[in-house]
Design a protein around this ligand. Structure first.
Ligand SMILES: C=CC1=C(C)c2cc3[nH]c(cc4nc(cc5[nH]c(cc1n2)c(C)c5CCC(=O)O)C(CCC(=O)O)=C4C)c(C)c3C=C
Ligand code: FES
Ligand SMILES: [Fe+2]
Length: 417
């Protein structure tokens, strides 16, 4: 669903009442125009030093052009939180990324020459901030920032901009690190938070620093009703493409990026949180269709969590089940794994029209409203980070995790000072 649709078409009747209770939706519904025309209310001094609130969307990012693929992969393989190569990281990381670059350039070329993740992140964050201004005037104005882990704008660039915009450097401005991964993994959100903590230390100093940015974290939101609603609507729209007499027999294949079994066995929370999203979406859909949660995009020869999406499609076709709908459930916009891997490799190679993919959330207004609701609730609660974020994986041996979790928890005293 694109942003062109007026907000007024998002009927209160068709969204869960729980979602509306927490979003102050009547205020949003007063707007008769498109999302883009919602105006910024006057600045209110509310403990944010009159500067309002910076909302930082954190994600992995992707190469915007094929020329950026090399840098993207070299940063990715240098990240020990994602791909732990120990003391050999700086040696093996560049070797693997250089070897992989030509193949991945071809894939990005096949989806139009780059990842659309920057375009979607900038749109989602700026539209969300406009909504937030209207439903949370006491913390306005809300200023959108994007921090990617492996592509521009990198965390360093975002932090430098925050300082230039007057949030830190003695001003003690307020910023929210808002992960754009709905489900928490130490290899994704954990890595972005460790990177943010590192740049805070480099650019503002370590520990308690007078007048530094006051940070809080939205670390996961796997079952938020607005997220669930946005997924459910896109699934229902896709199911409409099947004849009514067979519609309920279509198998829903929820597909999430896999994890190496070493990460699963370390105790990473991601598989359970992805399953929670799937259960919530199925509950909203009334369990009308059979379904499976499957895992895609494994890299390299080690063991990864399965069943693999591509094998699953192949096996169901062999069993005669050819009505399949693939649903990317762990990422909120299109990227190489939807546009290339699912559309071109997995679905394209079957040659079957009865195998389809649900649209990614991208510019969905229901989704953007969900983001605004999550941020509003977070700002109201004034909590630095969740209880859950404080708990390390049972198998974690990373000092970075210890220090970064300690830092974000320590922000509570700044928020309540
Ligand atoms: C929730 C999403 C993701 C998880 C979890 C995740 C874990 C993970 N990924 C790798 C290795 C690679 N991932 C790559 C690309 C990539 N990964 C995700 C999402 C998750 N990864 C996305 C959305 C993308 C594409 C970005 C875009 O196009 O915009 C790549 C690069 C591509 C390639 O070389 O195949 C690698 C490598 C690991 C090892 C891992 C868990 C530990
Ligand atoms: S790896 Fe999960 S907390 Fe460190
Ligand atoms: Fe990945």
């Amino acid at each position: 669903m694109a942003l062109r649709q007026p907000l007024t078409q998002l009927s209160k009747r068709t969204l869960p009442s729980q979602f509306f209770r927490s979003t102050s939706i009547p205020a949003i519904h007063q707007h008769r125009s498109n999302l883009a025309s919602i105006s910024t209310p006057p600045v209110v001094n509310n403990g944010t030093n009159g500067k309002g609130t910076a909302i930082v969307f954190m994600n992995m990012g992707g190469p915007s052009t094929t020329a950026d693929v090399g840098n993207f992969l070299s940063r990715l393989f240098a990240d020990g939180d994602l791909i732990p190569l120990g003391r050999l990281q700086n040696y093996i990381g560049p070797l693997i990324s250089r070897r992989r670059t030509p193949k991945i350039i071809k894939q990005y070329a096949a989806i139009g020459g780059g990842s659309p993740i920057r375009k979607w992140s900038e749109l989602q964050s700026s539209e969300m901030c406009k909504l937030l201004d209207s439903i949370s005037p006491s913390t306005a104005p809300h200023r959108p920032y994007v921090a990617f882990r492996y592509a521009d704008p990198l965390t360093e660039e975002m932090y430098t901009k925050l300082l230039a915009d007057g949030f830190g450097g003695g001003n003690g401005g307020r910023a929210v690190a808002f992960t754009q991964y709905p489900q928490y993994s130490c290899s994704t959100t954990g890595s972005s938070l460790n990177e943010l903590w590192r740049w805070r230390g480099r650019l503002e100093g370590k520990g308690d620093v007078e007048g530094a940015i006051k940070w809080s974290v939205i670390d996961r939101w796997p079952t938020h009703p607005g997220l669930v609603e946005a997924f459910a609507r896109n699934i229902e729209a896709k199911l409409q493409e099947y004849p009514p007499e067979t519609r309920n027999n279509v198998v829903l294949l929820y597909s999430a990026h896999s994890l190496p079994m070493s990460v699963v066995n370390r105790g990473d929370p991601y598989p359970a949180e992805v399953a929670a999203t799937v259960h919530a979406v199925n509950t909203r859909l009334g369990f009308k269709n059979p379904y499976r949660l499957v895992w895609q995009s494994q890299v390299g020869p080690s063991a990864w969590l399965g069943a693999q999406t591509s094998d699953t499609v192949e096996n169901y076709i062999k069993k005669g089940q050819t009505d399949l709908v693939l649903i990317p459930i762990a990422f909120t916009s299109d990227h190489i794994e939807t546009l290339y891997e699912l559309d071109q490799e997995v679905i394209g190679e079957t040659g079957l029209d009865s195998i389809k993919r649900v649209e990614s959330l991208n510019g969905s207004e229901v989704f953007i409203k969900a983001l605004a609701d999550i941020a509003k609730t977070h700002l109201e609660e004034n909590v630095a980070c969740s209880q859950q974020m404080g708990l390390r994986c049972p198998g974690c041996v990373s000092e970075k995790c210890v220090e970064s979790k300690k830092f974000f928890a320590s922000q509570q005293k700044e928020l309540t000072a």
